[in-house]
Design a protein around this ligand. Structure first.
Ligand code: CP
Length: 305
């Protein structure tokens, strides 16, 4: 049985296959509308979510399946002290596949070790968010037509931003990719991510605090929110939260075919005035997330269409 706990669980060939299926769903959604008839997805979200939970649920409904949902840490028996392992055993009795979001890094791994159905990591603490990366990859594929030879700027909270960690792992496997890591000193990409994804593969990267200086060289700018919920004190969050704000003025220095991405939710990092710029791709990214989650559910349930 296969789980998706980390983007590294998928080979480049498997990523290509998921992207091909997602594109086929976009082209002909009716072909897939009964593919998961009789199957149930459990969404277990012990942390807030709008996009990930609802897109998983929309994905399963659009595949003709059904959904069981726990939304919020206080609405399940986890609030009474039930362990992740027991929760996974119990949910395995009711559903065919589960997607779990949890504030503790590694919680979906514990669930997978105790589950008899596939487990999908829908975001674990400041660690990983592999299905956001699937959404990001489909966006890049459709907007840029390639993954290789791209200069990718990642900007904001690169320390706690789990989407960035998964995306670095995914894109570092493609030839000619360069990273520009733009963050305050306190919010740099963790050393373990740089060691595993960048240094072992000799992937070029630079670290800077200056977004305006980096902007002209970028093919992709991936903005992120400062992750208030992971800070140990509010003072540090307040000091760092508005470190980077992308505005139409700043974008004047960027390439005409720049792709501006953001996993969302945004707080202040991208001015709403940027939304009407044709380079703004973050709402397309939301929609593509649903199609990639449909493709992933089909793959993990071994459903052939
Ligand atoms: N991108 C993302 O994970 O959004 P949600 O927290 O709303 O699921």
């Amino acid at each position: 049985m296969k789980h998706l706990l980390d983007i590294k669980d998928l080979s480049v060939a498997e990523l290509d296959e998921l992207i091909a299926v997602a594109n086929d769903i976009i082209a002909d959604p009716r072909k897939y509308s009964e593919a998961c008839h009789g199957k149930k997805l459990a969404t277990l979200f012990f942390e807030p979510s709008t996009r990930t939970r609802l897109s998983f649920e929309a994905a399963m409904y659009e595949l003709g399946g059904n959904v069981l949902s726990v939304a919020g840490a206080n609405t399940s028996s986890a609030a009474k002290g039930e362990s992740i392992a027991d929760t996974a055993r119990v949910v395995s009795c009711y559903a065919d596949i589960m997607a779990m979001r949890h504030p503790k890094e590694g919680a979906p791994l514990v669930a997978a070790m105790n589950s008899s159905i596939p487990v999908i990591n829908a975001g674990d603490g400041g660690h990983n968010h592999p299905t956001q990366t699937l959404a990001d990859l489909l966006t890049i594929s459709r907007e840029k037509g390639r993954f290789d030879h791209l200069t990718v700027g990642l900007c904001g909270d690169l320390k706690f931003g789990r989407t960035v960690h998964s995306l670095i792992h995914a894109l570092s496997r493609y030839e000619g990719v360069k990273f520009v890591l733009i963050s305050p000193e306190e919010l740099k990409v963790p050393s373990y991510v740089k060691a595993e994804a960048l240094k072992t593969r000799n992937v070029p990267y630079e670290q800077t605090t200056d977004l305006s200086e980096a902007l002209p060289s970028l093919d992709i700018l991936y903005m992120t929110r400062v992750q208030r919920e992971r800070f140990f004190n509010e003072e540090d969050y307040l000091r760092l939260k508005d470190s980077y704000i992308l505005t139409p003025e700043k974008l004047k220095a960027a390439k005409a075919d720049l792709c501006v991405m953001h996993p969302l939710p945004r707080v202040n990092e991208i001015s709403v005035a940027v939304d009407s710029d044709p380079r703004a791709c973050y709402f397309k990214q939301v929609l593509y997330g649903k199609y990639m989650r449909m493709a992933l559910i089909l793959k993990l349930l071994e459903v052939k269409v």
